[in-house]
Design a protein around this ligand. Structure first.
Ligand code: SF4
Length: 373
């Protein structure tokens, strides 16, 4: 099994903003591997084969490799190829003895590039200010002893609808400033443990300690407090009725309710990990669910069953979506052929209600955008 860094680059956003999360996480049972993590590992193995030339993109995909995994890996390979230079594939990059990681791909040319392959489709990953890639870029600088003017950070995420390849450039000077923030957070976590800075925010989403975190607990309790309401008999115990909240309290709760979902999900994950590690959660056990059945080899299925079931073996053909057709023929040619039906009413943020930024990024002038160059 791969060695696990105490200060993992993939969790850097969390521990930079909340150094106490390192010590708190160590008090929790190790998490149970998820099905999507297993799928990601498999997708990365296919992508690695593309980079090493063991797969060339010829059609059809080899037996057992899903089409989406195959075409996604091809996009990743094509993106890396366009960069030119020497490629370092799945290279371990050491920054400190407890701060290291394995970059999907580093490319050494006039600049240093880090290319990260993300097979997930639920959450779109940005290249801009991506702490994981910034730390890898620093690791690549240390490994190659090259100090470029710019580092090129690239995310390839084939299963999202648009912008599957995202790039962001950062200067060496700005990256060095960022790394000082990284080292300061690490130092604080090492010297202060659970007494280090503890701070909630979007970075709590994947925190293993969310189920035992005092800051998160206080935040959620505060979320359901209200000076203005009595507890309503129709609402859940301790939850004030929505009818009795002031407009400001209503807005505050809607803006923050995702914390509650995250917390509840983490509670379940925590219980799962606890039982997997041999612990007990009264009234609960764990069981692994079965995914949908899949053909092991579609070509073999066609050979075997096409003679008897003919075209019934295939899904009916359907026309692709306007967005997909526009990708082929270009934008602005479908106005006469498309219409939009009105959908459901939904709550939307007003322009003056800007996105709340809970994170503590380094100085705002620390980064530069590609557009600024
Ligand atoms: S849940 Fe959030 S605030 Fe609590 S330790 Fe984790 S990252 Fe820090």
């Amino acid at each position: 099994m791969a060695e696990h860094a105490k200060f993992s680059p993939s969790a850097a956003k969390r521990w930079i903003n909340c150094p106490a999360s390192i010590a708190l996480s160590e008090m929790c049972p190790p998490s149970v591997p998820s099905a999507s993590a297993a799928e990601g590992t498999r997708a990365h193995a296919v992508a690695e084969k593309f980079l090493k030339g063991e797969l060339d993109g010829a059609w059809p995909p080899p037996s057992g490799v899903p089409v989406a995994m195959y075409t996604g890996a091809k996009l990743y390979r094509d993106t890396v190829s366009q960069l030119g230079g020497k490629t370092l594939i799945e290279e371990r990059l050491d920054i400190k003895e407890d701060l290291f990681g394995t970059a999907d791909c580093g490319v050494v040319s006039d600049d240093l590039s880090v290319v990260d392959y993300k097979y997930g489709q639920g959450l779109e990953v940005e290249a801009k200010e991506n702490y994981q890639l910034m730390i890898y870029a620093w690791g690549l600088h240390l490994k190659t002893d090259i100090t470029p003017e710019f580092y090129d950070l690239i995310i390839v995420q084939p299963r999202i609808e648009n912008n599957q390849v995202k790039r962001w450039l950062i200067t060496h000077e700005k990256l060095e400033e960022f790394m000082n923030t990284v080292f300061a957070a690490r130092e604080e976590a090492l010297t202060k443990g659970v007494n280090a800075t503890i701070q909630t925010g979007d970075h709590c989403r994947w925190c293993p300690a969310i189920g035992i975190c005092p800051a998160k607990k206080a935040e959620i309790e505060h979320l359901f407090e209200s000076d203005n309401v009595d507890i309503d008999a129709r609402s859940l115990p301790m939850l004030p009725s929505p009818y009795k909240l002031t407009p400001e309290e209503l807005a505050n709760r809607i803006a923050n309710v995702h914390y509650l979902y995250t917390y509840l999900n983490q509670l379940k994950k925590f219980a799962l990990a606890e039982i997997s590690a041999g612990g007990e959660v009264p009234g609960y056990s764990i069981k692994q669910s079965l995914g949908n059945r899949k053909f092991t080899d579609e070509a073999q299925v066609v050979r075997e069953f096409y003679p008897s079931v003919k075209e019934n073996l295939y899904k009916p053909r359907e026309v692709i979506s306007p967005a997909q057709l526009e990708k082929i023929i270009g934008k602005g040619k479908l106005d006469a052929f498309t219409t939009r039906e009105l959908g459901e009413w939904k709550l939307e943020k007003t322009k003056d209600n800007e996105e709340q930024d809970y994170s503590v990024p380094p100085e705002t002038d620390l980064f530069i955008m590609e557009d600024d160059l």
